[in-house]
Design a protein around this ligand. Structure first.
Ligand SMILES: Nc1ncnc2c1ncn2[C@@H]1O[C@H](COP(=O)(O)OP(=O)(O)O)[C@@H](O)[C@H]1O
Ligand SMILES: [Mg+2]
Length: 255
């Protein structure tokens, strides 16, 4: 076996592949020729003005939105109308939203065990053990018996992250997970995300937390008007942005 073959075998694979992805909402062309490869274990931050298509892009990855043109392949499974494929991908991909979307009538523990029991068919005891493991990881095991309404926003968002992790996803998508939080709670959620990143999780995060982007991201993507305008490692992205649109955007959010 040649060393080249050997190296290729050990290179992290592309776990998300978007090829010439286009999407329309009616007449409105919301995603224009999106091309993106995300390697396993890579941390990507996606930023850009409101309405630029960031949420739509990540929602296409687990088929919360359907693309009309191009190809999306997640962990070797292509997203088509085949429901089996969609279910398979959704089991691999966790998603955390701006609004936590916890079930208010279920306890923290029940929120975390619901999908593992009903989707993965885990026995209750096993699902609860896994839930407690991840509640410990987000550092709120003592809240397991409470209802979401009894928790702060930061705690609820950490529960939402733990709930996603209970499905043992291979990829985590975050859509502005800290933008609905009071400022004093942003750090606890970002810390949770940093520790998740350190564990090797593949992460695609829509966020305007540029401190997080600088320290955690392998690459930063800037989107504007449905296009990927620029992709660069954070060092380069912040110190030497190439596009006028990136420069204008950074000028607005960093000052
Ligand atoms: N379901 C929808 N129907 C029609 N237009 C939509 C829908 N969802 C989003 N849009 C529009 O698509 C554009 C991109 O939205 P979005 O992906 O949410 O942007 P971002 O997350 O970057 O703010 C916006 O102009 C928005 O108004
Ligand atoms: Mg959005």
């Amino acid at each position: 076996m040649s060393t080249q073959t050997h190296a290729a075998e050990h290179a992290p694979k592309d776990i998300i592949l978007m090829e010439d992805v286009n999407k329309w909402y009616g007449d409105f062309h919301v995603l224009k020729d999106i091309n993106l490869k995300v390697r396993q274990g890579e941390r990507i931050v996606l930023c850009g003005p409101s309405g630029s298509g960031k949420s739509t892009t990540i929602r296409c990855i687990n088929r919360l939105e359907e693309h009309q043109k191009g190809r999306i392949v997640v962990d070797d499974v292509e997203l088509t109308n085949d429901l089996k494929q969609i279910e398979k991908i959704r089991r691999e991909v966790g998603m955390v939203f701006q609004h936590f979307n916890l079930f208010p009538h279920l306890t923290v523990l029940q929120n975390c065990t619901l999908a593992p029991m009903w989707v993965r068919n885990l026995p209750k005891k096993e699902a609860e053990e896994i839930a407690m493991h991840f509640l410990e990881r987000v550092r709120i095991p003592e809240q397991a018996g409470k209802y979401p309404g009894q928790l702060s926003g930061g705690q609820q968002q950490r529960v939402a992250i733990a709930r996603s992790l209970c499905m043992k996803p291979r990829i985590m998508l975050f859509d502005e997970p800290t933008s609905a939080l009071d400022p004093e709670m942003v750090k606890e959620v970002l810390d949770t995300m940093v520790s998740l990143a350190e564990s090797g999780m593949t992460m695609l995060c829509v966020t305007h937390e540029m401190g997080f982007a600088r320290t955690v991201a392998d690459r930063v993507i800037f989107m504007d008007k449905g296009e990927i305008v620029e992709i660069a490692p954070p060092e380069q992205f912040f110190t030497n942005p190439q596009s006028d649109r990136t420069i204008a955007f950074l000028g607005q959010i960093l000052h």
